[in-house]
Design a protein around this ligand. Sequence first.
Ligand code: ZN
Length: 330
Amino acid sequence: MTDPFSLGRRGLFGATAAGVLAAPFLMNRAAFAQADPKTDAAMSPAMKTNGFKIGTFAVTVISDGTRVSEKPQETYGTNQTPEAVAELLKANFLPTEKFVNGFSPTLVDTGSDVILFDTGMGEGGRKAGAGQLIAGMQAAGYSADQVTIVVLTHMHGDHIGGLMEGGQPAFKNARYVAGQAEFDFWKDPARAGTPAEGGHKGVLEKVVPFAEKTTFVGDGAEVAPGITGMAAFGHSPGHMIYRIESGGKALILTADTANHFVLSLQRPDWEVKFDMDKAAAAATRRKIFDMIATDRLPFVGYHMPFPSVGFIEKLDQGYRFVPETYQFEI
Ligand SMILES: [Zn+2]
């Protein structure tokens, strides 16, 4: 049988008996993967939000959207054989030719501050169905104007894309927090003419305008009472993660420490195309997820499948992602 993800519209409306029979079952997924961008926007997971409490803090994870990409083995396990990557995907009931990546910014309402961690793709991603953060926030009862602090875990496009909206600050009452090492790297004119040039330009356009309102931080920085930054370098030169603590409970926002719930967690040492320092990223993955597993903490992973919250079990070679179910409801 052919991979349902590869079935185009022609296949859906084909004249064969098999095509007709298969059509209702395949419609949603095939349409999701194949539709034109306008239709994608309508089908994007806008308004997907997940709210829960950590002590007295209200945490809301918001889906900014998802993206379907081809050939997972060209992004994950790039130092492995394509067969090894396919085998691990199959063992986890996942397709081998395409994968879905989600984007999940997180809002933490401490009672004194409304703190947004990362801003999604913004208007640049909207044609492809992403850029749904503000719509999702509104569905969860928050306006963009209520945000008092925007924290950038790092400065890749899917995290800083939502800082501006129509040439204006999207969160006009906010101050900003970002990693010093991250900013220094991307802002540096030495990035011109290197593979980081696109990111450099993005930071000049999206982040530099806010520099005067930004507190640049490093390992151990306190963003607000109960919210502490931790250096987690590797994915990018100054990638930071955050510990959220209230009323004796804790949650880790792991940002892009792991980018796929199977390929990056079950095989933390496999190289990932988007990890800029691959060895440092792998070492950081092990350090952070060892801690999360040992302390039995919940975490939000920016690219974990929505609702993007789970726990970690340590296995022989790596880790198992245990998605949250009702842990925060009772
Ligand atoms: Zn990312």
